[in-house]
Design a protein around this ligand. Structure first.
Ligand SMILES: [Zn+2]
Length: 108
């Protein structure tokens, strides 16, 4: 399968996948805490925090997997371009721009 199609599907399903994953993990923690007799108010707070953390982590991971990142190849230069939703031609142009950008900002 074409990588652009896979990446487009990852972008399309980013929100539902991250929300469902966060809800499942948060729900499992809530269930475990309730079986140990933890009060509902504490369990709800923990479950919501776990839901939010997992939802953001999965969302960032899927966003990274669904995009392209091009970096300058000059040693010490931190210039990079991250793209999502581009076709092959546009992606190639940004790759060339990243390789030939005019000013290198060195990180020390
Ligand atoms: Zn550079």
């Amino acid at each position: 399968m074409d990588t652009f199609i896979v990446k487009a599907k990852l972008r399309r399903f980013n929100t539902p996948l991250s929300v469902v994953t966060g809800a499942v993990v948060g729900g499992q923690y809530a269930h475990q805490l309730l079986t140990y007799g933890v009060p509902v108010s504490l369990t709800a707070g923990c479950a919501l925090a776990i839901f939010a953390a997992v939802r953001v982590a999965v969302g960032v991971l899927l966003e990274r997997l669904s995009g392209e990142t091009y970096r300058c190849e000059v040693i010490g230069c931190g210039f990079r371009v991250r793209l999502t939703g581009t076709d092959a031609g546009e992606s190639r142009r940004w790759q060339e721009i990243a390789l030939a950008h005019p000013t290198h900002n060195h990180r020390h």
